[in-house]
Design a protein around this ligand. Structure first.
Ligand code: AMP
Length: 209
């Protein structure tokens, strides 16, 4: 099964991708997590990506497409995968088609803009494994410590209020057109993001049946 999770930053797509990963046993591929890891390790693509990420801008298509292509060619992706945060532009979606990747479904998690800032202020992420948490809805069992790997859980720099506004504007400009792109191909299912993670998961599983 090959799935795409689409949605604004802070819509909960990463959290839902993790839930579906656990149930279906297919890996979730987050380009954001791969890029943050590359920045941490100081690799060539990490160094190139950092200035865009810090500003809340999209990393150039050429960099992200290359990273994604390498990742899904890996053995762990041979039975399927969930793409979380890719594609984010029509050019990326076209590149995926050119790679010959047949997507089964695109789950679009819809959340009103007014709710996004609050959700992003609430979000915390493990700096080692990328697992997502929420101060209100899904705090780690021990404060600041990842339940899965024991890594440090903290707020992402680009989740701070000054960056959130521009990330949302970029989402509407560059990423939201993908809703129509996949609708035309008959792949799109839209789920209204709920307050509680488990309530959204129920809708996501129903949409995947
Ligand atoms: P995310 O964790 O998905 O919110 O991604 C964090 C940041 O990584 C984004 O704000 C972008 O700067 C960059 N990024 C992640 N995925 C992509 C992508 N598919 N295309 C361009 N930039 C990306």
């Amino acid at each position: 099964m090959k799935l795409i999770f689409l949605g604004a930053p802070g819509s909960g797509k990463g959290t839902q991708a993790e839930v579906v990963t656990n149930k279906y046993g297919i890996p979730s591929v987050s380009t954001g997590n791969i890029l943050r890891e590359a920045v941490k390790n100081g690799t060539k693509s990490g160094l190139e990506a950092k200035k865009y990420m810090d500003a809340g801008d999209l990393v150039p298509d050429s960099v992200v497409i290359g990273i994604l292509k390498d990742k899904i060619a890996g053995d762990d992706c041979k039975n399927g995968f969930i793409l979380d945060g890719f594609p984010r532009t029509v050019a990326q979606a076209e590149a995926l088609e050119e790679m010959g990747v047949e997507i089964d479904k695109v789950v679009n998690i819809s959340v009103a803009d007014e709710k996004i800032a609050g959700r992003m202020g609430d979000r915390r992420v493990c700096q080692d494994c990328g697992a997502s948490y929420s101060v209100t809805y899904k705090p780690p069992k021990a404060e600041g410590v990842c339940d899965s790997c024991g890594g440090k859980v903290a707020q992402r720099d680009d989740d701070k209020p000054e960056t959130v506004k521009s990330r949302l504007a970029i989402y509407h400009d560059k990423t939201a057109p993908l809703i129509g792109f996949y609708e035309k191909r008959g792949k799109l299912v839209t789920v209204e993001g709920q307050e509680e993670i488990a309530d959204t998961s129920k809708l996501v599983f129903a949409a995947l049946e």
